[in-house]
Structures are given as structure tokens and as C-alpha cells.
Design a protein. Sequence first.
Length: 246
Amino acid sequence: MSTPSVPTPGPKLAAKGITAGYGDVQVLWDITLDIAPGEIVAIVGSNGAGKSTFMRAASGLIPIRSGSLTIDGLDMSRAAPADLVRAGIAHVPEGRRLFSAMSVRDNLLMGAYLRDDKAEVAADLERMFAMFPILKERQSQDAGTLSGGEQQMCAIGRGLMARPGLLMIDELSLGLAPRIVEELSDRLREINRAGLAILLVEQDVIAALELAHRAFVVDRGRVTLSGTAAALSSNPAVREAYMGLA
Ligand SMILES: Nc1ncnc2c1ncn2[C@@H]1O[C@H](COP(=O)(O)OP(=O)(O)OP(=O)(O)O)[C@@H](O)[C@H]1O
Ligand SMILES: [Mg+2]
């Protein structure tokens, strides 16, 4: 397959020694990780390890208490969510968080709320409908009435409508049938080949390591292991603790 031209290569995101939490509870301890342009990186870890908390910190939804977050070398540690969207980071949150009483089409357009290139936004909306034809059929329906798989397509589409260089997806497959997960994974591979970097949190570690180039293992708020997806898939500790394999 030929690679389509990419208008802006994805930004490089680097987290160095990040700590974050909620109130008196510290959840992230000294998290250091990076995502290069065009990469797919997975964050793997048990329930409560801090994966979603990291994504919230990296998208400006909760404050970074110490350490730094840089995008293309620029310090964004104190940036507001809109600044991070402008810097090319889009976040598809755990649970999808669609506007359930708004139409599918309006949910998708919400992803473009910071853009003023109306003609291009309209063209991107058509691209989302081409990528996920069911969303075109359902475009006037309230998002709250979509099936789980359709909601995830809508949430990913909304993220892409910001034209990010890096898409962060929290729990791609949760609650979805294997066939839908395959379809979503295929779409993500295609847009990654076109240049989009992806940071993925995924309960199904086998699926995550199949999709990702590299991964970081987070345990109780700390990065305990990192490496190529191939190396981690053959690491006995990872296989036993996270893949249910001997
Ligand atoms: N809004 C919040 N207020 C207080 N504590 C929170 C809040 N959100 C998360 N936590 C706590 O932070 C810790 C990490 O939660 P987080 O949601 O980041 O984990 P996770 O790795 O995404 O887990 P899961 O795989 O279950 O989604 C947990 O102990 C959780 O109880
Ligand atoms: Mg989570």
C-alpha cells in the first residue's frame, strides 16, 4: 500500500519524571516515557496502575505535580487541554464520553471545535464517514443510542477530527466483540501507516502488543519495564503477569 502524504508529522511527546494524583493521593511516581512521530506505543498494567491517570495528565485534564511533559521539545507541563489539542494531542477517554444527547455528526464536529478551516473540517467529516460507514448511516441519531462498538468508532472519529499527530486511546476494546476490535485495530493500523502516532491503553495485552511497536509496563504508578512489543511479548514476567501465558 502506498503511504498517503501527511500534512504534519506527528509530534514527539516526552514525559520525564511525572508525578500526579488526586487530592492527597499520589498515583503516578516518576513516570518517564516517550512516543516518537509515527509510533504505536502501548501502556500495559493492572487495574488501578495509573494508565488512565497518565493519559489525563498528558492531556491537561489533571495537573502534573512534578517532572515535565514536552511536545516537540516545548514544555507543556502546565498546558490546558485546548493547548494540548492545538499541539496535536487528542485523547479518546476511557468509557468514550460521547455527548449522548447530541447526534453522531455533532459529536464528530465537536472534535474540530478549535479549527476554523470549515471546508477542511467538512472534508474530514466525510473521511470519518468513509472510515466508519456505519457512522454515516447513523449520523443523525443521538450518540447515546449507538452500540458499544459504534460509540468507540464515534469517539475515535471525534479524536481524529482534531487532526492530531498523536491519538491517545484509553481502553480500545473494553466491552466490544472481537470482530469489532479487529475492525478498529485495522483502521488504526491504516491511519498509523499514514503517519499518526498512537498511545494505546488496552486490557487485552496480547492484542495491545500485536498492535504496538513499543510498550511500557506500569505497576502501581511506576514504569517497571519497557521495550519493543516483540521483546515484551517474549518476556516471561510479562507473559505470566499480563498475558496469562506460561
Ligand atoms: N478522580 C479520582 N479521584 C481519586 N482517585 C482516583 C480518581 N481516578 C482514579 N483514581 C485512583 O487512581 C488510581 C489509578 O487509577 P487509574 O484510573 O489511572 O488506573 P488504570 O490503570 O487506568 O486502571 P483501569 O485498568 O482499571 O482503568 C486508582 O487507585 C484510582 O482509585
Ligand atoms: Mg483506566
